[in-house]
Design a protein around this ligand. Structure first.
Ligand SMILES: Nc1ncnc2c1ncn2[C@@H]1O[C@H](COP(=O)(O)OP(=O)(O)O)[C@@H](O)[C@H]1O
Ligand SMILES: [Mg+2]
Length: 366
C-alpha cells in the first residue's frame, strides 16, 4: 500500500498540513525535509535549514551529555522521547515535546531519522503558574495561622506592658526597660500586620472606581517618598473602566512597588506608571479570559534576576542587607491584589528594568 504513489502523495500532503512539527534527516542528522508547521514554530524556512542539523535550534539549555545520550539512543535504532528547550530564529526560547525515530533499511541499518514534535511552552507556563499559585496558597495558610496567633499574643504583651510602665517610677531603670520592650513589641506587631496583609487577613472595603483615581491621589505622596532623583511619568487611560478595589490598599501596593523601584535604581532613575484596559486576548498565561483594568509600574533599574523571579512574592524573601529589607513589600502587594480579585505579574523589560503588572477584573456593563 505504501508503494502506491497516490497514497504516498496523500501522506506527503498530510505532513504538509499537519499541525504537528515534522522533519526528516539523514543518518548524520542533516535535514532533508521540514514541514510548514516546523517553519511556523521555528521561524526558519525550509531553505534555510536544508542540509543543516537541528543544532541550529540549540538554546544552550542542555548539557553535551544530554545530546550524547539522545544521539546514542537514535543511533542504536531506538526511539528518543523527551523535552527540549530550543531557540527560534528570532532568539526566543520555546519548549518542545518530541520523539525522534530512526528509519531503517532492509538490513536494519539506520538510514534516516524523523522527528515529530510540538510546542508545549504554553502548557509549561500553565504548569509553572499552577505550582506557583499552590506554593503561595500554602504559604498564605501558614502565614495566616501564625500571624493571627502572634498578633493576639502581642496585643496582650503590649497592653500589659503599657499598664506595667504606668506603675513604674519615671526615669528609673525599670521604666527604661519597659519602654524598650514596648518599642520592640510594637515593631513586631508591625511586621505581623504586614504578614496578615499577605495572608489576606486584613479587612477590605472595596468600592467601584477607575484605577486612575487612587493613583492621582497618590501623586504628591509618591513624589515625596521617592526623592528628587527619581522621576515618575504617568500615562493613564482616561476612559478606563471601573473596577472593584479598596483604594487605600491599592495605594499601599503601588507605594511598595515604587519603593522597590527606587531601591533597585539606587535612588536615581525613572518610574513609569501606566493604566490601560487589557483582554480578552493577549493575557498572560494562567489569567482567566476576560476584560481587565491594568496597572503597570516599570523602572529603569537593572531588572529582576531570572533565578529569583519565582520567589520575590514570598514573605521574607529579600536580597537586601539586614535592616534594609524585610521581604514583606511584595508579599503585601500579592495579598492586596489577590484579596481584591486581581493578579500581579513580575517581568523584565526588553531594555532592562523591572515591570510589575496588576490586573483587576473590569466592570463592564453590556
Ligand atoms: N523593581 C525591582 N527591580 C529589581 N528587583 C526587585 C524590584 N522589586 C523587587 N525586587 C526584588 O524582590 C525582592 C523582594 O522585594 P520586597 O518583597 O519588596 O522586599 P524588600 O524590598 O524588603 O527586599 C527585593 O529584595 C529585590 O531583590
Ligand atoms: Mg520592598
Amino acid at each position: 500500500m505504501e508503494r502506491d504513489p497516490a497514497i504516498a502523495a496523500i501522506v506527503m500532503e498530510a505532513l504538509r498540513q499537519s499541525c504537528e512539527v515534522f522533519y526528516l534527516t539523514d543518518a548524520d542528522g542533516a535535514i532533508l525535509y521540514v514541514n510548514p508547521a516546523f517553519e511556523r514554530l521555528t521561524g526558519y524556512s525550509g531553505g534555510e535549514v536544508l542540509g543543516k542539523t537541528a543544532r541550529v535550534l540549540k538554546s544552550g539549555s542542555h548539557s553535551p551529555e544530554f545530546y550524547r545520550e539522545m544521539w546514542a539512543t537514535i543511533k542504536a535504532g531506538r526511539i528518543w522521547r523527551g523535552r527540549l528547550v530550543n531557540r527560534r530564529k528570532d532568539g526566543t526560547v520555546y519548549v518542545d515535546e518530541q520523539r525522534i525515530c530512526p528509519i531503517k533499511d532492509e538490513t536494519g541499518a539506520v538510514r534516516y531519522f524523523f522527528s515529530i514534535r510540538h510546542d508545549i511552552t504554553r502548557e509549561m507556563q500553565l504548569e509553572d503558574q499552577l505550582n506557583q499559585s499552590q506554593k503561595m496558597e500554602s504559604l498564605g495558610l501558614l502565614a495566616g495561622q501564625i500571624s493571627h496567633d502572634f498578633n493576639n499574643l502581642l496585643t496582650i504583651i503590649i497592653g500589659s506592658m503599657d499598664l506595667v510602665s504606668e506603675e513604674l517610677p519615671p526615669g528609673g531603670v525599670g521604666a527604661k526597660l519597659a519602654s524598650e520592650i514596648l518599642r520592640s513589641s510594637r515593631e513586631s506587631a508591625n511586621l505581623i500586620k504586614q504578614l496578615m496583609v499577605f495572608a489576606r487577613r486584613q479587612e477590605s472595603r472595596p468600592v467601584e472606581i477607575p484605577l486612575n483615581e487612587p493613583l492621582k491621589e497618590l501623586k504628591v505622596l509618591l513624589d515625596s517618598l521617592l526623592g528628587h532623583n527619581v522621576s515618575v511619568a504617568y500615562s493613564l487611560a482616561e476612559d478606563i473602566s471601573k473596577t472593584r478595589i479598596e483604594p487605600e490598599q491599592f495605594k499601599q501596593a503601588v507605594m511598595n512597588l515604587a519603593t522597590n523601584a527606587r531601591d533597585a535604581m539606587n535612588g536615581n532613575g525613572a518610574i513609569m506608571i501606566r493604566t490601560f484596559e487589557a483582554g480578552p486576548e493577549g493575557l498572560p498565561a494562567g489569567v482567566p479570559p476576560g476584560r481587565y483594568c491594568a496597572f503597570e509600574l516599570s523602572d529603569t533599574g537593572p531588572g529582576i534576576p531570572p533565578e529569583i523571579l519565582p520567589r520575590i512574592f514570598e514573605p521574607f524573601f529579600t536580597t537586601k542587607p539586614k535592616g534594609k529589607g524585610t521581604g514583606l513589600g511584595l508579599s503585601s502587594v500579592y495579598g492586596i491584589v489577590s484579596q481584591n480579585g486581581g493578579r500581579v505579574i513580575a517581568a523584565n523589560r526588553d531594555g532592562g528594568g523591572a515591570v510589575f503588572t496588576i490586573l483587576f477584573p473590569a466592570i463592564t456593563r453590556a
